[in-house]
Design a protein around this ligand. Sequence first.
Ligand code: PBG
Length: 323
Amino acid sequence: MNIRPRRNRKNAAIRSMIEETKLGVEHLIYPVFLQDGKGIKHEISSLPNNFRWSLDQLLPAFEGWMESGIRTFDLFPAVDEHLKDTIGSYSYAEENFYLHVIRTLKERFPEAVLMSDVALDPYSSDGHDGLVENGKIVNDKTLPILGRMAVAQAQAGIDIVGPSDMMDGRVGVIRDELDEAGFTDVSIMSYTAKYASAFYGPFREALNSAPKSGDKKTYQMNPANKREALIEAELDVAEGADFLMVKPALCYLDVIHLLKEHFAQPITAYNVSGECAMVYAASRNGWLDYERTMMEMLLSIRRAGADGILTYFAPDAAKLMKG
Ligand code: PBG
């Protein structure tokens, strides 16, 4: 045997010298759930260690995350049922608590990068990402609402808007609306290849945002399809997306890799709630080592080609990497 691959694994120094994939806190984006009110820190039962926060409780926690090196945060609002309507009008209402939280965080933590979600579901009495008419999710009538929502978020100070709705043409409409309102610097991280996945369960519990009827299969992608992700990505790039996201991450590492190979835009991946919940559940049962499993998953997402990773593991992973 003149080739023995084990020679390159023989000690820690050599292993680390030739390590191909790096994972750092700069790659992590932390999704955070918000609720109106005071004194609220409500743990999501299917997503232990993750909470719905009211602003007063959030601020000290946010400071801790910033100290651990996390810089980018994706914010999601849990909206009271009585504020929801068919057109999601609360999403751009002056008094929307979510916009107030964005404003406050920007003031307190100017070096943080804040990302939003652009879709109707948390605000919609139908629980769908688009407008529902006669049981159908209508595409073109949804677009102006998404544009208006994005501009309201930009006015509050958001750095990146994240259209997660999967309506056709939304990136272009949002780009036009933002530019017209003077927000040429606000970035778009498009949920480019977002699959109709069973792994969103804990998230929908966190926001109480599950569809009231039907499912999301007429707009989110079929898990069986990969080439279709190329069509979505081409459109998003042409319409002005700054980042292309694949979601979920772990069952779709091949899609992450595909987009990385075909596009020069940065690729991000959403390590979604159900993927993290599996690890929490198994480690609570003593079946998996929490820290090692989490780090191996995050590394695999980077290895597949993701530049950034949205993950509920962010605070724990950041702490661990800090040592
Ligand atoms: C809503 C949205 C969802 C997630 C992010 N934005 C859920 C859905 O499409 O039903 C899921 C995130 C997760 O599961 O962690 N448009």
